[in-house]
Design a binder for this molecule. Structure first.
Ligand SMILES: [Zn+2]
Length: 91
């Protein structure tokens, strides 16, 4: 590895540490796996999103190991069912 590449690598590592500190300072300290580890999700940064602890816990309490898209689908179905119940109650 050239010394320039080493310097770039060191700079990226320093920037990641600073970014991590900024997240922690904001209270966004949990790593959430977009695709859960139990479903084959990896530790790759493209599969990780930072969340504050209370929202992270609330998400898993409500949606288990679903992805954000699957959670959104659950909400759409619940909303459709709610609308149907309102319509049938009016008949
Ligand atoms: Zn999570």
């Amino acid at each position: 590895m050239t010394s320039l590449n080493k310097l770039k690598k060191r700079a990226r590592r320093r920037e990641r540490k600073r970014e991590h500190k900024r997240w922690v300072d904001r209270g966004w300290e949990d790593d959430h796996h977009i695709l859960a580890k139990s479903r084959g999700g990896t530790k790759h940064p493209s599969n990780i999103i930072r969340m504050d602890r209370s929202r992270h816990e609330a998400f898993h309490f409500l949606f288990g190991n679903r992805t954000f898209l699957e959670a959104a689908r659950v909400l759409v179905v619940l909303n459709d069912n709610h609308d149907q119940n309102l319509l049938s109650a009016r008949r």
